[in-house]
Design a protein around this ligand. Structure first.
Ligand SMILES: Nc1nc2c(ncn2[C@@H]2O[C@H](COP(=O)(O)OP(=O)(O)OP(=O)(O)O)[C@@H](O)[C@H]2O)c(=O)[nH]1
Ligand SMILES: [Mg+2]
Length: 426
């Protein structure tokens, strides 16, 4: 319960003379008809030393919904109203207790299903992103000050050493913004789950691998080529990482339009994935379809992590390795053991997630940094042309963009929209 009457109401409920701030007090609670409703722990936080920066009282009542409901009903009878979704965080924000990046981190932390994301968001709550914003902002202001000093000079008279130093600063900053943006994009799987596509010609065992990884029969498996016609996506945890495994239709020459769509989806699945498991069949001689597969994958080399898997290791070897070149290939059987593959995936994801660069966790933050980056680029060109007024304009836009990560220049409805995405009562 948050607001100026919180303490008064808590005293009425508990019949205590007063409540000490930040002390857990065991107390009976009574409703408006003087009936005992529970024995609970009450903690009073005197504003501004509370989450919302207003007076806050927390009740820890007995479990189950009945007691909590009676307590809530009593408070409503006393004139308290229910909080809107995100209202506690919104008040904390409006009272300057947290900034927008921290509010966003709270909302995302409650929703997240991934350990990686939780770790990242806790760093954000601790102020990592806020510090980054402050750092970029103060550099931009320093760069802007250059204009104030030099605006009266004619273009050809700008002091050369000063010009060079400011150019270098701007260039470094621009690079830092680009790096932060790129590395956040690269690690976006940390927030929503990394995508892993299983691709290969028909019948190599892609669906069998999906089932083996999930530990249950999710996909239909058969020895008829073309069993899987549409992509199947399932979530799974590998180490501390949330991943989404996508089983695809086998890639082969399309005989009908449905099959053609399936193949297009397989290629789309590769494009959307961070890791691609390219599967081949150890027990069959190399076919044209395998070569086709290799040539499709070549287009994605360097861009995606590709793991070649030679499946059906339990059967005699007929496959000709040489078409795979020197690329590392895992020989395994979906029926027996997929540990080596899981280990390899974990290593890749560990390396991807362990970057020290600050992480932008929402599209709002990504967009703000991107806008700041573009404007520093424009400013840099204008500086070279000696157009100081326009240069200053773009630096100002960059400052506004980066600041929007933590402060609200936006109108009320945008704030309302953001906070209403919170779960009820936080
Ligand atoms: N001996 C052996 N057979 C396997 C192995 N993995 C899969 N199979 C068999 O290979 C056949 C094809 O398996 P699926 O998992 O349906 O193959 P797929 O790649 O999904 O095939 P499509 O969906 O048609 O593209 C089935 O009969 C499986 O039982 C394995 O490791 N060893
Ligand atoms: Mg299949």
């Amino acid at each position: 319960m948050s607001g100026p009457n919180a303490l008064l109401l808590a005293i009425q409920l508990s019949r205590k003379e007063t409540l000490m701030p930040r002390v857990a007090t065991l107390s009976f609670l009574y409703n408006t008809k003087n009936e005992l409703i529970d024995q609970a722990i009450i903690v009073y936080f005197k504003g501004p030393h509370s989450f919302t920066a207003e007076d806050v009282v927390e009740f820890q009542c007995h479990g189950g919904s009945v007691v909590a409901h009676m307590l809530l009903q009593t408070l409503l009878d006393m004139g308290v109203r229910l909080a809107n979704p995100g209202e506690f965080s919104k008040r904390a924000f409006l009272n300057g207790r947290i900034d927008l990046s921290e509010a966003e981190a709270i909302a995302a932390l409650i929703e997240t299903k991934s350990v990686d994301a939780a770790k990242m968001l806790t760093r954000q709550l601790k102020g990592e992103l806020k510090d980054f914003v402050l750092h970029v902002r103060s550099l931009l202001i320093e760069i802007l000050a250059f204009v104030e000093v030099n605006i009266d000079y004619a273009e050809e008279d700008l002091p050369a050493d000063m010009l060079l130093s400011i150019k270098n600063k701007l260039c470094d900053l621009s690079e830092e913004l680009a790096k932060t943006y790129e590395s956040s994009k690269r690690r976006s799987g940390l927030m929503n789950g990394f995508k892993i596509a299983i691709v290969g010609k028909p019948n190599v065992g892609k669906s069998s691998l999906l089932n083996a990884l999930l530990n249950y029969d999710r996909a239909i498996i058969s020895d008829i080529a073309g069993t899987t016609r549409d992509t199947i996506e399932e979530e799974l945890r590998i180490g501390s990482h949330l991943v989404k495994i996508v089983d695809t239709a086998g890639i082969r020459e399309a005989n009908d339009s449905i099959e053609k769509i399936g193949i297009e989806r397989s290629i789309a699945a590769i494009e959307e994935s961070e890791i691609v498991i390219a599967m081949f069949d150890n027990s069959r001689i190399t076919e044209r379809e395998d070569e086709e597969m290799v040539s499709i994958l070549e287009k994605f080399a360097g861009e995606k992590h590709i793991i070649n898997v030679l499946n059906k290791a339990d059967l005699p070897k007929l496959f000709d390795h040489s078409i795979l070149g020197n690329v590392d290939t895992l020989l395994l059987s979906c029926f027996r053991n997929t540990k080596s593959l899981i280990h390899k995936i974990e290593l890749i994801l560990d390396a991807t997630s362990h970057e020290d660069t600050v992480m932008l966790t929402s599209s709002r933050q990504l967009d703000a940094v991107y806008r700041a980056y573009i404007n520093t680029q424009d400013a840099s060109e204008l500086l070279s042309e000696g157009q100081l007024e326009l240069f200053a304009y773009h630096i100002n836009v960059a400052i506004e963009s980066i600041s929007s990560i933590t402060s609200a220049f936006e109108r009320d409805e945008i704030l309302d929209k953001m906070f209403s995405n919170f779960c009820l009562g936080k």
